[in-house]
Structures are given as structure tokens and as C-alpha cells.
Design a protein around this ligand. Structure first.
Ligand SMILES: NC(=O)C1=CN([C@@H]2O[C@H](COP(=O)(O)OP(=O)(O)OC[C@H]3O[C@@H](n4cnc5c(N)ncnc54)[C@H](O)[C@@H]3O)[C@@H](O)[C@H]2O)[C@@H](O)CC1
Ligand SMILES: [K+]
Length: 466
């Protein structure tokens, strides 16, 4: 995934394009820029093999005509399939400049290199079935398929499946990434996403996550100045212990694990505190040294868990809620979370998120709406992880190791997030840092990882951020 890259919707991309036109750049010039980026990448991947280019009726097709002409002028063996009459304007003019062989879709013969310029950000409905079948067949028989901007049949703003085939090798995003490159079906169908810089300024509050910058403790740092994390144990103590160990490895200066097993296992550096009842917890959380509380991993869903949740809610310090705490909140999440004065982060997976929030639209839209409603920063986990703040910022992580789909990795994320929070991070910043470190630790741990392995890799991941 390209780090720190802007992500824009189809409408925002069109607005950015209009702003470029307003500065005096012509439609044709912008299409030439797009088409030459496509030609350059196509030549690279074709490596001399014959090329088939599919050109649709809109500007995505316009880019395809430009690329076809440039490649042919450079001596490549190019044939082109046109679907529909090009739209008036730049696409029509680029069509008129194409002098090479053209066939209809249904007469198309497969070639080793396929370029998909059927539809891009203007796709508004599912591909017609016949078209989808021919496209899928041509792509299957090609040795390499490159999609212009997005694969035809991926919804630009949601990543929803509108009939795109599998097996696309590269999508060349034009100007900026779109949500469709990273979410839902788009995540699996785009192949490797490359970004062509067309010199179109975009003002994006949505970005892919980037490597954080982490400060080495100063000569005057001490355990309390580096932040104290309190992790609350529940029915499954292993989960809270994972969160606590992740907070320690994540750089917190002092980590306390509070529960009814003060003799429980764990590293010697982990401080234990006996907390058996909600009253004990209230007394403990009144300690003004505490900089953040983690509640939820392995908490359980019984009466006591509910009482713990109420007490934690009233605590005046930052709160990180995960797992069972989120299930207990359920549809009352917005009502409850909205009442807190201190900042809150929640880290639901999709099942937990759906139990808490209704809402329509893309995963980004739904996560943003939930963040606004709850005034919490939300890490909506999954193969595509969406982080959204109440202020409207979004960070997206796609393509993390699929080996993360194992028990306990979420507990590690919650503890790691707490460590970033107590080191002074606000809003989306600690969430982005935690998500990056978590994904990097997974990469370093490699295949068949277990949650404990992530913790072991955190120092290495952190050392890359200093
Ligand atoms: N916005 C930008 O900044 C730039 C955009 N460019 C290109 O322009 C593309 C967007 O162009 P357009 O807005 O013309 O959109 P598209 O080329 O994606 O398609 C639009 C056309 O397809 C039709 N259509 C939509 N869904 C259909 C379906 N399922 N079946 C059949 N027809 C369907 C529409 O009615 C319209 O005629 C981008 O993806 C990109 O390739 C580049 O040329 C340059 C920069
Ligand atoms: K396309």
C-alpha cells in the first residue's frame, strides 16, 4: 500500500479536475497526461508482448485512446476494442486521433497484455452481464491485466462489486487513490495499486496510513512521564495480559494490570493491582497517575463487566474500549460515549461495529458517521481497517498480513493504542501509529504468527520509526 497517499471520492476527483481546468489546463492536456502515464506503465509490464486495449464511452476510454496512440507510435503491437460511442469532448477527440486496428467487444481476441479502459470513476451501475463476461474472459486469457484508474466494475466510492473480474494485476490510480482501491471487493480485485501523479492538487482529509514518527525518551524521562496505562482484567485474563504486554512493548512507562488475580502470570515489570469489584475499580481509577484505561479485552459480559464499564466511563482519563466492552455498549454506544468528557478510542471489528451502529454507505462513511455520533476516534478493523475521528479525518490501512486473523491480535492493538495515547497522542494520531506498528509487527512476524509474536516484534517496528 502506498503510505500517506490522499484518498478522494469520485465527486472530489471531478472537483479537483475542474479546479485544474479553471487554472487554464485544457481537458485534452489532462487526458494526455493520464494517457501517457498509462502508456508508460503498460509498456513496462507488456515488455514487448502484444497489447489489447479496451476503451469505454467516457473519459476512462479517452485515457485508453491516448495510451493506445502513444504505444503504437512507440512501435508496440496494439489493438483496440471500443465499446459505445465516445462522449463528446476530450474522449471523442482522442478517439478521432486513434488510427490503429479497432474491433467490437464481441469480436475481440485475447492478447497477452490487457488494458482495461472501459469505466473508471464514472461507473454508476453494475456492468452489463455480457460485457462483464467478455471482460472477465479477456482478462483470464491475458498474461497481465492493467486497469486504468480502477478496474471496471468496482464502485469508486465504496469498493463495492459492480461486476469486476478477479485477476487484475495492477490498477493505475489517476491523480489520487479512491476508496474503491482499498475497501471491500476493491481491495481484492485491484491487484497492486500504483499511483500516477497527474499534478492535480487534492485537499484530502482521507489518507492511507503512514509510518509514524516516534520520539526517543529524553534524558529527563521517567516511568510516569512516559505514561501510565491501566488495563482491566475480566473473565479471560489472557486477553487483558496481551493488551498489557503490548502497552509495555509499545512504549508506555508504567503498566498496571488490575483484576482479581494479583498473583497472575506476566512479565516481572508488569505491575499487578487487586480489583475485585466495581468499588475497587472506582477507587483504583481515582489515582491521578493513570493516563489511560483499557477495558474490554476478555472482559466478559456479565453484571460485573457492566458495572466495570460504568465505572470506567466515569473515569476522567482517556479510555480505550475493545471487545466485550463494545458488545456491552451495543446500540447504546452513541448515547453512552457522547456523554464522556475525556477522549475515547474504540476498536471494533465489523461484527462489533454492526451491533453498535446502523448507517449506510461505504465503510469510510459509516465509520465517520459513528465517530461524529460518539465523539470517539474509531478504529474499524478488518482486511480494510478504517480509522476515523470525530473531526472528519480518515486513515486507511489495507493489505495487512492475513495471518493477523487469529485470536488476541485485537487485544494487542488495544494495548498498543493505549501506549500511543499515554505518550501524548491525540485523536487520530495515536490510532494511526498503533495501526501502523501493529501491521508492521505482523509483517516482521511473518506467516503463522500468534498474537504474542506481535509483541515480540514491536521493539523492531518502533525502531524503524525513531
Ligand atoms: N477526474 C480526473 O481528474 C481525471 C479523470 N480522467 C479519467 O476519467 C475517468 C472518469 O471519466 P467519466 O466521468 O467520463 O467516467 P467513465 O469513463 O468511468 O464512464 C462514464 C460513462 O459510462 C457510462 N456508464 C456508467 N456506468 C455504466 C455501466 N455500468 N454500463 C454502461 N455504461 C455506464 C456513463 O453514463 C458515462 O457515459 C477517470 O476514471 C479517469 O480515467 C483522466 O482522463 C484525467 C483526470
Ligand atoms: K478501468
Amino acid at each position: 500500500m502506498i503510505p500517506g497517499a490522499p484518498i478522494v471520492t469520485a465527486a472530489e476527483m471531478r472537483a479537483a479536475e475542474q479546479a485544474v481546468f479553471a487554472r487554464g489546463v485544457s481537458q485534452d492536456e489532462l487526458m494526455e497526461r493520464a494517457g501517457s502515464a498509462v502508456a508508460r506503465e503498460t509498456a513496462r509490464f507488456a515488455a514487448g508482448r502484444p497489447i489489447l486495449i479496451l476503451a469505454g464511452p467516457g473519459n476512462n476510454g479517452g485515457d485508453a485512446y491516448v495510451a493506445a496512440r502513444l504505444l503504437r507510435n512507440d512501435g508496440h503491437d496494439v489493438s483496440l476494442v471500443a465499446t459505445g460511442v465516445p462522449a463528446p469532448g476530450a474522449a471523442e477527440r482522442m478517439h478521432a486521433l486513434w488510427q490503429g486496428p479497432t474491433s467490437s467487444l464481441y469480436a475481440a481476441r485475447p492478447r497477452p497484455m490487457l488494458v482495461d479502459g472501459l469505466f473508471g470513476t464514472g461507473l454508476t451501475r453494475p456492468l452489463e452481464r455480457g460485457l462483464a463476461a467478455v471482460f472477465a474472459d479477456l482478462s483470464k486469457q491475458a498474461e497481465f491485466t492493467l486497469a486504468i484508474d480502477l478496474p471496471s466494475g468496482i464502485d469508486t466510492d465504496t469498493g463495492g462489486d459492480l461486476g469486476a473480474p478477479g485477476g487484475i494485476d495492477v490498477s493505475l490510480a489517476l491523480g489520487a487513490l479512491k476508496p474503491g482501491h482499498l475497501l471491500d471487493a476493491g481491495l481484492a480485485r485491484c491487484g497492486t495499486v500504483l499511483l500516477a501523479d497527474l499534478d492535480i492538487p487534492v485537499d484530502a482529509r482521507w489518507r492511507t496510513i503512514a509510518r509514524p514518527s516516534i520520539e526517543t525518551p529524553s534524558a529527563h524521562s521517567h516511568k510516569y512521564s512516559r505514561g501510565l496505562v491501566a488495563v482491566i482484567e475480566g473473565a479471560m485474563p489472557g486477553a487483558a495480559r496481551l493488551a498489557a504486554r503490548a502497552a509495555m512493548a509499545g512504549g508506555a512507562g508504567y503498566v498496571v494490570l488490575a483484576g482479581d488475580r494479583p498473583w497472575g502470570e506476566g512479565p516481572d515489570a508488569l505491575v499487578r493491582r487487586e480489583v475485585r469489584s466495581a468499588e475497587d475499580l472506582a477507587e483504583f481509577l481515582a489515582w491521578d497517575r493513570i493516563d489511560a484505561v483499557v477495558l474490554g479485552p476478555g472482559l466478559g459480559r456479565d453484571r460485573r463487566a457492566e458495572a466495570f464499564l460504568s465505572v470506567a466511563f466515569a473515569a476522567p482519563c482517556p479510555l480505550i474500549l475493545d471487545g466485550d466492552a463494545l458488545t456491552l455498549l451495543g446500540t447504546g454506544a452513541a448515547r453512552w460515549l457522547g456523554t464522556r468528557d475525556a477522549p475515547t478510542w474504540i476498536t471494533p471489528h465489523s461484527g462489533e461495529f454492526d451491533r453498535m451502529f446502523a448507517g449506510a454507505g461505504s465503510k469510510i462513511d459509516r465509520t465517520l458517521a459513528a465517530a461524529a455520533e460518539t465523539r470517539a476516534t474509531i478504529v474499524h478493523k478488518g482486511a480494510d481497517t478504517v480509522i476515523a475521528s470525530p473531526k472528519g479525518d480518515v486513515r486507511l490501512l489495507a493489505g495487512a498480513s492475513p495471518w493477523l486473523s487469529t485470536a488476541g491480535t485485537g487485544d494487542v492493538l488495544a494495548g498498543l493504542l493505549a501506549a500511543q495515547v499515554v505518550q501524548g497522542g491525540k485523536g487520530i494520531v495515536p490510532a494511526e501509529a498503533a495501526a501502523w506498528l501493529h501491521a508492521r509487527a505482523a509483517q516482521l512476524a511473518g506467516p503463522a504468527l500468534i498474537a504474542d509474536d506481535l509483541i515480540a516484534q514491536l521493539p523492531k517496528a518502533i525502531s524503524e520509526c525513531l
